[in-house]
Design a protein around this ligand. Sequence first.
Ligand SMILES: Cc1ncc(COP(=O)(O)O)c(C=O)c1O
Length: 396
Amino acid sequence: MDISSNDRSAMMPNYSFPDLVPEKASGSRLWDENGKEYIDFGGGIAVTSLGHCHPVLMKSMEEQSKKLWHVSNYLLSKPAKELGQKIASKSFADKVLFSNSGNEANEAAIKLARKYFFEKGDEEKYEILSFTNSFHGRSLANITLGDSEFHQTGFGPLPKGFIKAGFNNIEDVKMKISNKTAAIIVELIQGEAGVISAQNDFIEALRNICNEYNILLIFDEVQSGIGRTGTLFAYQGYGVIPDILTLAKGLGGGLPIAATITTTDIAKCMQPGTHGSTFGGNPVSCAVASKLIDIVDDKKLLSGVMEKTIKFIDHLQNLSKKYDFFTDIRSAGLWIAADMKQATSKEFLSRSYEEGLLLVSANGESTLRFAPSLIISDQEIEEGFSKLEKVTKSFC
Ligand SMILES: Cc1ncc(COP(=O)(O)O)c(C=O)c1O
């Protein structure tokens, strides 16, 4: 078989890859196989939180890879133990369960909530309530939690015990819960839907309802966690503590790692053998994630996130004024969505690649999403926006 770089015939058609073939990257710059340079405003969908090939993360990866790569979940490696302790010490949680993706972290959160009530003898308390426009991953349970008919179509029958209420609609939540409700899972900021923030009083009211009706509150921080919103965890900005929280994307900075975190009381239902993942807690991913947290959980870095956010918003507003291009611009820290008037995201992304700019879209026909490195430089921001202006102009 011809395996030239343009031959995609071996790939399943579930992704529509553009023609560019990425070859190497550094900071917020990436080069394709032809040496063409791109500015990365997408961050691999909010993952490369310290940019590409950060020297401290590279060093940690190299050192760990020379010592120990894999032990499976029969053994607990030092990097996994240390990362678990670090996450627990910096969050509300006492216990951490590692996996490899946001999907797995949420699946574990759902299982944890159900098992918690099962162990208490409350087997009828199994329903999980999620929200309109939410996204939690692509397993059967997670597409059922999510609110996309497209993601669900053709994959039925879907699992039972999942209900939905309106996002930011507390009256609807009150109507949908019952003594069967085990947990409410919510994205504090809905990323795939286009950076739509939950209102503070909505999250506070969810907490109160959960307390009153003995329901577990799960925050899906797969996209919002690890500095993206200007605090290490987005829940710290809301001042509301969940019972369970899930992390992935930005945690490994590009290496696959995820975590489901909770309290001692809730975790104790997960007895040996009840749940597991062969690759969960991979020593290399854990070593890198540990260093990444040290770097991100820093006052200067986090205030820099907010300064960079202002720069992005100013640039977008100026572009919008000049070309009458965006109908709405929303942000939650360095995580920004802009709805376009004149172009679909598909058209816009394709022109951006030509211009040497990497972006991501969000749900809907015409929403752009920006989730760059949390330490993107001023120079990279300026270069990226000059490319963005050229792309914008081409649609006007
Ligand atoms: C809020 C949220 N939860 C879960 C997921 C699924 O994560 P993964 O793609 O790592 O399985 C995503 C991915 O975009 C997400 O944004």
